[in-house]
Design a protein around this ligand. Sequence first.
Ligand code: ACO
Length: 323
Amino acid sequence: PLRSVILGCGAYLPARVLTNEDLTRIVETSDEWIVERTGIRSRHIAAEGETTSDLAEAAARAALAHAGVAADEVDLIVLATATPDQTFPATATKVQARLGITRGAAFDVQAVCSGFVYALAIADNFIKAGQARTALVIGAETFSRILDWTDRTTCVLFGDGAGAVVLRAEEGEGTAADRGILSTHLHSDGRHHDLLYVDGGPSTTQTVGHLRMKGQEVFKHAVVNLAHVVEEALAANGLSPADISWLVPHQANLRIIESTARKLKLDGSRVVLTVDHHGNTSAASIPLALCEAVHDGRVQRGDIVLLEAMGGGFTWGAALVRW
Ligand code: ACO
């Protein structure tokens, strides 16, 4: 059977860094409060005029270079974002054009913070079905553009950035010993819309709107849903928590990540953390974290890597990968 091997990954972060100290000059907050409640110390913010497609293109180019794959080999681009350049066309098609690609398909996926896991699952299924051979999967966000900078309960939590991976179809045995994506697991439950949403959009207010969140409620759902989906992913592959080399979680909040690690009885040294210097970059957070751990040599060939995320919708999901 066909399976998707991750050939390489790339990342891009805007140059401007906004620290907690900087935020105290914008809203009534403190470094202590933000660090204690979230683990965040700083985040990157896109420059004026710098768009999601700019971030995505830079991450995509870095991923292709790391993978040693030429842009014209790509026959599928799946880009996860909740902050597209425009309502349409899809940001994925803008990236496609800038990479000089004119064949195959390119489209966006909207699952907010779970977007990268959703995009990875979609690309993996295209590859398994034989409909694509080389796929670019991108998570790219400019959440700074949809934050209410007068609301201290949300504006301190998010940052901008992009990450990407290159997938290639390979023949495998179909067992957990194979290199590549072992399985993906997606869930959603639309009943909790009011806990996390943007209060604008083309067909409601005809404005872009701002992110609104009941943080404590989201926190409770995240902890429960992530524990379930992580269990589901391990069981599907006959693996136990001890088999996990690296947990690469969506980086929303240190306390949510620690709760998942605790349930898996995973030592903190096997959890990849970037929330302290990236904040929550929504769909970009997992590929950014993965990239950091791959490029600094933590993630090694043969390692089992568990990706998991939960976001607006609610949506949540997990992917198990043998690197
Ligand atoms: N600085 C200082 N004080 C603040 C700030 C701030 N930035 N924000 C809120 N406070 C105050 C509140 O007003 C409140 O004060 P009060 O007690 O006088 O009313 C107090 O701090 C406590 O507020 P809580 O909301 O109860 O704080 P909590 O411990 O729940 O932490 C947080 C808030 C960090 C948002 C937490 O609930 C959380 O992380 N939730 C999960 C959110 C999340 O991960 N979202 C991303 C999901 S993914 C996606 O799709 C976007």
